[in-house]
Design a protein around this ligand. Sequence first.
Ligand code: HEM
Length: 444
Amino acid sequence: MTKFLDLYSLPPLLQTLQLVADPITFLDRCARRFGDTFSTRVLGWNSPPVVFFSAPAAIAEIFTTQADCLALGRVTHPFRPLVGELSLIMQEGKPHQRQRQLLMPSLHGDRMKFYGSTICTLTRTEIAHWQPGMALSIRPIVSAISLQVILRVVFGLAPGQRYEHLKQHLSELLEAITAPLYSSQFFFPQLQCNLGRWSPWGRFLDKREQIDRLIAAEIGDRRQCSEMTRGDVLELLLTAQDESGEAMSDTELRDQLMTLLLLGHETTASALTWAFYWIHQQPPVEARLRQELEQAETPEAIAQLPWLDAVCKETLRIYPIALIAQPRVVRKPVQIEGRLYKPGEVLVPCIYTAHRRAATYPNPDQFRPERFLQKKMSPYEFFPFGGGSRSCIGAAFSLYEMKLVLATILQTYRLAPAHTTPVRPMRRGITFVPSDNFRLRVVA
Ligand code: HEM
């Protein structure tokens, strides 16, 4: 039976504050002290037991075998004003499955070949002005690339006025929601009062309206267009039908586009920032990568490179962009690893602690991509994209994008670390990124 201890000795509010203030330290401490499974009270005063899991057997049970006894928590609900009522992440049960079926094909398999050259071209354009000696803050650069990838590949926008306007409005909105004060209004509905353009909520509504108008115009134009030859995600969604032959409405399309933008932009940019950090922390990792990249020119060849694949996976292991997968609320009594959990308790598949588990990953604090070449990890040992019925639908797409952006930049320039103080993980919106002092210098 799994070793099980809990933290009830600490008052619930203190546990909550510790988790909110510094989740990585909180999780590290709990895992060190209590092992693979630990129970907390991190939902405020009257918190039910919130149990974190990291052992592969327990994760497998939560994601698959016991899924019927568990309901998904409503953690995504604060995003409702951004992504809309009809967004995939607001749906449950059958409607959720239907939308996943409609969206998935556009982000998988052969479709990706259509996006490869656009990703590489956008990256080349964004970095064309770099000069030897320049010090670069990587996060805003890869963030700009990833936003444009979404606009071109997902929204299918051609460069022009609408593209530029949407880019500007969206980057302003996405930047604003990473600020703690601005983002708190999504979590506390009491703050959602429109006191005109000078109030934070008024500003948000105003920006959203401008964005919605641009998206509606694009959807309108695309519906008029009889030829569907562009191959972007919006085109696929316009033509997609579920099993009963039903297509998406304009509102549904808008909501899905905003969802893909919200969940696909910052996440991929954060992962890329970490990849640049780790590659340039470890000269042998970089040297092997550069050697491998010499043999690959096309996007398809780049996507197949084993060391690049291992580097991306190790990046997502050591600091997973989301620390946890969606919490599950127990609906019917359920046994996991021989222990009984009662209705109302909350079960959390903890990506961070699972990825730092020494039994799965020896020397877990070290960045060692070779571990992914030596052993094929199961989806319960390595799950940066979550698992089960709500796993990330952009997993294949974001890995593909990461590889192409990394390869394009490394094939064009040599970079070296330029920060003078240690880089630490820092919260940014819903992700953790290298702290703002992280810099690389263009060497050649
Ligand atoms: C490195 C990049 C990314 C990471 C680390 C990541 C991670 C995640 C995680 C952990 C979840 C929750 C899974 C769960 O609870 O089991 C998720 C859900 C989701 N992700 Fe991603 N993601 C990334 C990129 C993307 C991209 C590029 C897109 C789309 C273009 C995307 C779209 C979504 C959507 C729509 C969901 C919700 C799925 C549902 O509720 O059914 N993600 N992602």
